[in-house]
Design a protein around this ligand. Structure first.
Ligand code: FRU
Length: 492
């Protein structure tokens, strides 16, 4: 594994020529995605500034141009008319101010009238590497590139630790006010959210207080990337708690959870209706962000990073890693989130290539980009993705009807990764499994159970001999090849 010096990781990009050859090289990788957003070079992590503005979807990702390493972060910009077809738009924001000298860190966007505003963390470090995180703003310019405000909106609070970042901006119509939630850590190292409010977007921001979440005063050491949205009359709070292990999540100390509940802005209290839930049960899912709702009050759209902080992936030697998940439509039903791929995804389907009851356990070719629907009878079954022609190996899913649990095991893949964190995880279901809808791309798999009641997202890096699937007796399969919808062109 390459050892990066601080200088290498924090090198400033001088222009496209610095990375043109790198892009040329990585674009030939067999693991480049075909319908998922991925880094133009280097590393992509958190989704940022996810919003619809004047009919166009904007998305940015945390981007380190140089390789599969967390270093100097930029916002890289992609756009889409439909959340399915994405085009590279180039660098969105670069670290070019003193207050963001060591990175334009995560943040969000809000469309207000004709204008689109961005709120981000300016990651400043001094010569002793002491960090000061600033909350900064920008506005989309006529050239389609965010223009930064000359000064930050506010600095960090002295009574919390240095971990104060990832502003999520939103408007609460009943109060005629804008709010910003900041992911933070208390002075005694407990995860929390800090709330700021203002009547105007670019001025007047005041600290309102620390968000109270009864029962969760001590839950993880830092809450990264908070996001809140009103969906179907309920408030949904999403965040990524870290520095703690959670039940059923192996050795991982990075998680993405949500609450359904009620937000009271008078008392700054979010009262959950029940326990926290995992947003996704998979190996690689983090930093989800919900786009501000634009049309339908019963729905919202969310996107996340397929990846985890501190983890390493097999494309690292190729000098790139990371991907965005498919944008998911969110609804609230019976106190939980229902997550489904956006409807427009169906437009990528070609003719069905398997549409019958498969002969049990006979391996069939698995296209490198496809969608699969698996419908079990009513008992146990096994599904193997990326198995070899003899049916051995691969990523296996075993459904146990008695406990209504799907166990996903990646130990059979040729390319194993993050073995010390977890290689087998469970996806428990609230009702018997009726349907799995599975999206396979060249280096990821997303499994939606029971029309979005539970989701399992993982990276996967099949080798040349791992291009089959097999399903045991007791389940029907339908499979479509999917057309490519994300251009892998060099725009910087
Ligand atoms: C989450 C995170 C954010 C931060 C960003 C930096 O993955 O650590 O809290 O703003 O990544 O890239």
């Amino acid at each position: 594994m390459k050892q990066w010096t601080l200088e290498e990781r924090y090198r400033v990009l001088q222009g496209p020529e610095d990375i043109r050859d790198l892009h040329e090289r990585i674009s030939k990788s067999v693991y480049r995605q075909t319908y998922h957003v991925q880094p133009v070079t280097g590393l992509s992590s958190d989704p940022n500034g996810f919003v619809r503005h004047k009919g166009l979807w904007h998305l940015f990702y945390q981007w380190c141009p140089w390789g599969a390493v967390h270093g100097l972060k930029y916002w890289y910009h992609v756009t889409s008319p439909d959340l399915v077809h994405w085009s590279n738009a180039g660098v969105g924001m670069k670290p070019d101010r003193i207050y963001d000298n060591k990175g334009v860190h995560s943040g969000s966007a809000i469309s207000a009238g004709d204008d689109l505003y961005f709120f981000y963390t300016g990651n400043h470090r001094d010569e002793n590497w002491v960090r000061t995180p600033y909350t900064c703003a920008a506005k989309l310019g006529a050239d389609g590139v965010p223009q930064k405000l000359p000064e930050p909106l506010f600095g960090p609070r002295g009574d919390y630790s240095e971990h104060q970042r990832d502003p999520k901006v939103f408007y609460v119509a009943e109060r005629g006010r804008y709010y910003i939630f900041i992911g933070a850590q208390t002075a005694d190292k407990r995860g929390c959210v800090l709330v700021y409010q203002s009547e105007k977007l670019l001025e007047g921001w005041q600290f309102a207080g620390q968000l109270k979440v009864p029962g969760y005063e001590s839950f993880g050491g830092m809450w990264e990337c908070p996001s809140i949205e009103r969906i179907g009359g309920k408030d949904v709070l999403v965040f990524s708690p870290q520095y703690t292990k959670l039940p059923g999540r192996g050795e991982s100390t990075n998680h993405n959870v949500y609450f359904v509940g009620r937000m009271d802005y008078d008392t700054l209290t979010f009262t959950p209706d029940g326990d926290y839930r995992y947003l996704d049960f998979g190996f690689d899912f983090y930093a989800a962000q919900i786009a501000p709702n634009t049309d339908d009050p019963d729905k919202a759209v969310m996107i996340a990073w397929i990846g985890l902080p501190d983890n390493h992936y097999p494309t690292e030697p190729e000098e790139w890693e990371g991907s965005m998940c498919l944008p998911r439509e969110l609804r609230v039903k019976d106190g939980r989130l229902i997550q489904t791929p956006v409807k427009e995804m169906e437009a990528l389907r070609g003719d069905a290539v398997v549409d019958e009851e498969c002969a049990p356990a006979v391996p069939r070719p698995l296209p490198e980009a496809c969608e699969m629907i698996v419908e079990p009878d009513d008992g146990d079954f096994d599904l193997s993705l990326f198995c070899r022609a003899d049916g051995e190996g691969g990523l296996t899913l075993r459904y146990d009807a008695a406990t209504r649990t799907a166990v996903v095991d990646k130990t059979g893949l040729d390319k194993r990764f993050n073995e010390a964190v977890f290689e087998t995880l469970e996806m428990p279901l609230d009702r018997p499994l009726e349907r799995l809808r599975i999206f396979v791309d060249r280096s990821s798999v997303e499994i939606f159970a029971n029309d979005g009641e539970a989701v399992f997202t993982t990276h996967s890096y099949p080798t040349g001999r791992e291009h089959h699937f097999a399903v045991s007796e007791g389940a029907k399969v339908k499979l479509w090849k999917l057309a490519a919808s994300v251009k892998d062109d060099f725009v910087v």
